[in-house]
Design a protein around this ligand. Sequence first.
Ligand code: HAM
Length: 473
Amino acid sequence: MTQPKQFRAIKGTRDILPPDSKLWNWFEQRAREVFESYNFHEIRTPDFEAVRLFEHSVGPDTDIVTKELFAWVDSPGANRAIRRLRYQIEQTHSIPSEPNSVSRSFLLRLADEQLFDTLPRQNRLVLRPEGTAPVCRAYIEHGMHVLPGNVKLHYMGPMFRREQPQAGRYRQFYQLGAEVLGQSDAPAIDGELLEMLTVFFNRVGLTRTTLYINSIGDRNCRPQYVELLRQELLKVKEQLGPDSQRRIETNPLRVLDSKLPHEQEIIAKLPRISNHLCAECREHFAKLKDELKLRGIAYEENWRLVRGLDYYTRTTFEVIAEGLGSQNAVCGGGRYDGLVELLGGPPTKGIGFAIGSDRAILSIQESGNLPQLPGLDVFVAWMGQPTYPTAVALSRKLRESGLSVELPGEEMKFKKSLNLADKLGARYALIIGSDEVASSTFTLKRLADADQKKLSEYELLEYLESEKRGTRG
Ligand code: HAM
């Protein structure tokens, strides 16, 4: 019999193991604290949605929608139709029949993609590639526009994009996001959101970062600028790569995003949006900068920051962190004043950001600026079966008072016990032998310096609790 192949995490996904998972929890907990201190409240939306939601919001010609969606057709009828069409395609394209042939699986995948396009759109589902569109969908669905004041929401969870995996770029990654929806587009809202972001980054020690801001205008001034850009790009079309050439027609703004070295000089000479904003957008951007100054937030302007999603208006921003190589954007966001309306809701202003947790945490780890996270407090070294009931009861009491306790399920030799306690990083070993049970006093050994104390149960709980609180008197 052949050995089964070892199962591995799917390309572009990964397991987050302890102790890293502890760092992740700490990071997410700090986010909750900071976001709630700015009166944001958590929203949880499903991990999958209709493909149409993202086509309408993120945009039909964006990389996310054209290349990166994990989408499927969800209907038993459609699956039958797929099988039938697949059979027809197999016959007409004479797909090789050997089950493991590379060309067979390639052709079948191509056939499936073609089929996918012919199936009813309402049944096409997708693992969400981002969180803003789902939040807007929920805002409309639950009539949240009637709530008093601005609706301030935060969320965290996995997002899915079929990108080429590399360091800092995954197919399942995690975002921490915040969105403000309501009737006002006051620059103070943008300013407060960026302050919250900065406070959070400082709180988690992510300090080697740069905030870039831009304004990409609104529906009054952007169309003229985009047309001007298109005309200028047409003049240099032959010097551009195929992606930029295509974007001249589909979305000229995205050409400004290009990282191709030979396009940089050409792009530098293109007209800048800052010179083509209407009076309202110019004023909004100027006031945003005043807000940032008022709040002591350092920023740099970057006229090429157009972002890869179509829903943005006016303010766009990104935060870049050191130590991450090419995938160094740890946060992206901006204003999306027309989006709720576009999705069928009432006229609503909106702004938000999403932090890429994977990259942000990687950057914290790279900087070595790691928090002291609580570890194992007590290892219970019990000796002799008759002491076991006492060890069980005492362990539960210690755990109930908030301590982390490891109680071995099998009896161990004393030396081995202490060895394991040490390897597990326990701060204390609690020694329970027959003498201790008989006298109801227990030996607590601090593993860092081997200091030992004999304590009654009451004293033990008091001592460990106050020591944990850091208020030992
Ligand atoms: P985004 O720029 O597409 O914006 O993503 C935000 C952040 O998610 C990025 O800066 C990056 O840190 C992280 N990220 C994106 N793709 C990956 C990946 N494949 N692997 C690891 N991390 C990744 C949005 O998603 C918008 N929804 C942000 C927003 C909220 N705009 C307004 N409100």
